[in-house]
Ligand binder design. Sequence first.
Ligand code: BEZ
Ligand code: FE
Length: 282
Amino acid sequence: MSYLSEGNSVETVNARMSAASDARLRRVMASLVTHLHGFIKDVELTEAEWETAIGFLTRTGQMCGDARQEFILLSDALGVSMLVDAINHRAPEGATDSTVFGPFHVEGAPELPMGTCISLDGKGEICLYQGHVLDLDGKPIADALVDVWSDNADGFYDVQQPDLQPKWNNRGVFRTGPDGSYAFRGIKPVSYPIPDDGPVGQMLGALGRHPWRPAHMHFRVTAPGHARLITHIFVGGDSYLTSDAVFGVKASLIADFLPVHSPTEQWRTDFNFVLRPTTNPA
Ligand code: BEZ
Ligand code: FE
């Protein structure tokens, strides 16, 4: 047994774990301690910096509540959420890529007839979203639930402005028919800043980073026998595509929004979702 020193800190801390504790927990914690101590030694962390870090994490926790999850926002802004997503959703060839879930999904949005417009506040330009939900063999998936949500034309989700926006504004659930098709109308979304009035916003400011996300429509697609898909369609041409504050963009998720002349919409975008089976562990 030895007392902790700069040279032996990792081994000393990790040696305290009981062999009787959970093996996966031991593996994760031993790696965490190794990298955390390595990082502190690498930058030779000062006591003032340590205090700043403790204050930052404390304020991050204090900001968390039912309506705000500042720790997930921190994970998003550091690229951690997308890295965890990448490791856990290595989509097989042909399957649609996933991306970050974000804090603005609300469970229980109304299931609507195909083609319904989900924009209830009369703001913004309307777009027809349509396509198919398919399996890896290209076969249509019937009875898939396509749960969609977006900001409004002012760049806010309904839950951010409960007194200003109608309930369920820019949200809805659509169930595919036998041909796997879906269609709905919503706004052509606009880019918006992630909530930046807390510690994460301060961190972005201190690093000279902006808080903006490129315009996108969120999708959660579920179907029996298939892995749940959480993704976005990004609006092609958006100026924030290459600097998304949460690193959520993938080239395969950038869609063309085509201008159309129709009494019901000004834009159209066609996008198919390809789900992988639940049996595929990738
Ligand atoms: C969103 O797209 O809704 C979102 C994602 C991550 C952080 C904040 C917002
Ligand atoms: Fe979003």
